[in-house]
Write a new protein. Structure first.
Length: 125
């Protein structure tokens, strides 16, 4: 993640005055140590993009949490998965709600890294 992207994210989070800004920064810093990606900031979300968009951080109004959406080819059976939605025959969108820094762990990072690899492979074809 480039320094300019980091500044845009900090500005976005400051404007939104989100209580979980430090948690978002923790997640993005952990990911940027393992994945080379850019960001696209939208009104209520941040897309993480490598070869294609592999994850989305979504922000809810008046709530002290945000969610992470990522892709997998199989349903992940885990209590942390709040929602699953089949995008097409081969991709399932998984949603995880995040409300504190303890939820930014190796499992979440692994799921997002798998999503990046999956989307990067699809974009090569």
């Amino acid at each position: 993640m480039e320094d300019e992207d980091k500044k845009l994210i900090v500005d976005f989070l400051n404007i939104k005055k989100r209580k979980f800004a430090s948690v978002v920064e923790l997640l993005l810093n952990n990911l940027s140590q393992q994945i080379d990606f850019n960001v696209k900031i939208q009104k209520a979300s941040i897309q993480l993009i490598n070869k294609g968009a592999f994850a989305v951080l979504g922000f809810r109004k008046n709530m002290d949490s945000f969610f992470v959406e990522f892709y997998n080819t199989k349903q992940i059976e885990n209590d942390r998965i709040a929602q699953m939605k089949r995008l097409n025959d081969s991709l399932i969108i998984h949603t995880v709600n995040i409300s504190n820094s303890s939820e930014i762990d190796n499992m979440l990072i692994s799921w997002i890294k798998q999503s990046d690899k999956l989307i990067s492979a699809v974009k090569k074809e």
